[in-house]
Ligand binder design. Sequence first.
Ligand SMILES: [Zn+2]
Ligand SMILES: [Zn+2]
Length: 164
Amino acid sequence: MVLDVKRIINTPGGRIPFDFTEDFSDVDFGGVCPAVRPVSVVGQAENIAGMLRLQFDLTTTLSAVCDRCGAPFDLPYKVPFECLLAEELEENDNDDILLLDNGTVDLSELARETFILNMPSKTLCREDCRGLCSGCGVNLNYEKCRCKKEVDPRLAALAKLLEQ
Ligand SMILES: [Zn+2]
Ligand SMILES: [Zn+2]
């Protein structure tokens, strides 16, 4: 989706809303492609007193894998994006200014970059996920650890004495 903003460049108050979906199911994070559902891109380009502002939200539900217990779960994802658009950079260029390409901006590309940059680096199925036991491997959220408790050697000696 390429947005043409030429008709509002010189029109303060001008506004171009947009609402479309992108497919980012090929975006791979360490062997996992979490964007199994379409990602919606909803926003607008707006001329505010001569300044062109672009704003949108990326929304989807990711298919994530818990970093602690390995369980798959649905992770609601919503990331806002905002920048200014300009036909050319002023002297003191600013990171928040995006250059227009012949009066247009490639929203698909921008949405993809934004999606990649804002991928959560750590995903937990729940805040207090207890993870897997490093000994027996059970999911501690649902089961009790099956590891044999290490017996204190002094108690073991005592137990032996009592047995006799
Ligand atoms: Zn978990
Ligand atoms: Zn265990």
